[in-house]
Design a protein around this ligand. Sequence first.
Ligand code: NDP
Ligand code: HSE
Length: 436
Amino acid sequence: MDQMVQVGLIGFGTVGTGVVKILQRNADIIARRVGRPVVLAKIADLDITTDRGVTVSPDMLTTNANDILDDPQIDIVVELIGGHEPAKRFILHALSKQKGVVTANKALLADHGEEVFEAAFQAKADLGFEASVGGGIPIIRSLTEGLAGNRLTSITGIMNGTSNYILTRMTLEGRDFSDILKEATREGYAEADPSLDIEGIDAAHKLVIMVNLAYGTPVPMSAVYTEGISNISTVDIAFAGELGFTIKLLGIAKLKDQVIEARVHPTLVPTESPIAQVNGVYNAIHLVGDAVGDIVLYGQGAGSLPTASAVVGDIIDLARNRMYGSFARVPATSFQWESRKPLVIKPMAEIESRYYLRCMVKDDPGVLSTISGILGKYGISISSVLQKGRKQGQPVPLVILTHCSSERGMQSALQDINVLPIVSEPTTLLRMEGIE
Ligand code: NDP
Ligand code: HSE
């Protein structure tokens, strides 16, 4: 190996720019930590003329990623373009040449992880993807190394910075959804396609990656129930607040009796609970292990420098491995490739939860008993009811919190409720967590 470790960066966008900044400003301590200078040799992007706010030599810039992939001097390829293709092709190409690969591409790893992980395994090459989950939070390394001695029973938390930023601003400032999303995009938090954030898909990508590592099993995205925050209104945020709850987009995974439950949805959590205090772009991931008990990892879940911090951590890890000729010492999948096995995924209809319902109903006598009668028919018992406002002839909101019930029963009840002539629009249903 040369006297320096050479890095090629593909994608000079939000995160790529952060990586360049950190490699430049912390070059001295990085070299001391690795034992050799870690040098950014080339940067590829489709656009090499825009000023990114960092100074790089024009000779380093190229519009052709192959200039990096085919350069024998480059030890580590950093993929930060996002999406499925050509990102997958670039990563497989780099792995096939035994280059170390670092990526933040959760969409790729969640949708095509098996192919990418297998390629890393076959090539005996290092694949770092710390930045793919939780931005700057070192969750991947915690799962693959720090907590490797545990049987993990649950992974719960806030896994999408953009959604949490939006919900926080809506809750604290009562502001409009779309304005706040524009702000999150300006800050560099949102995905190139922000529907991935607000429809819960990005959080589901991250949950799939974590479940894969925690339980040693491939999990298809289709097995994760996914619902985002695009239908959350300030009305529901206000009602939840009045009842002592805050709405957060949670990813939830549990393993019980070798059956996995994995879901992402907006959730009411008690306002005084620690998870409700996680605001803005911050993420918090709560893990429970049989030996360690409870662990919460908290930090900025998106943004240029926090995410680049995780990318650079991976670069350093891979550079150290190269120095000692030790490749793929920690399997990318945490479990050894041949020891992974499929586990059963629980269908959403079989989960149990408490629920928040907001029915828009005619303010007539007997409405509450009609609705509670339907809930009772499906074995769902009510824990509290809130009805606000009286507007002659106008629908009024009737908010109901339930005790723990089955999802199957709740969905059947909802179908019956929504066709009642006294109900003027589809009922809002939200799940609740963190209440005994
Ligand atoms: P950006 O869109 O800001 O940057 C991507 C860059 O890659 C753009 O400059 C884009 O150019 C360039 N690019 C696209 N295709 C090619 C190609 N074929 N060859 C060379 N360059 C190309 O995205 P981010 O930096 O925000 O995200 C990068 C990755 O990091 C994604 O996988 C994302 O999911 C992930 N991530 C992002 C986080 C964040 O906070 N932003 C946090 C955690 C992970 P152009 O704009 O012209 O298309
Ligand atoms: N768009 C993602 C988020 C980036 O908001 O969490 C970090 O993965």
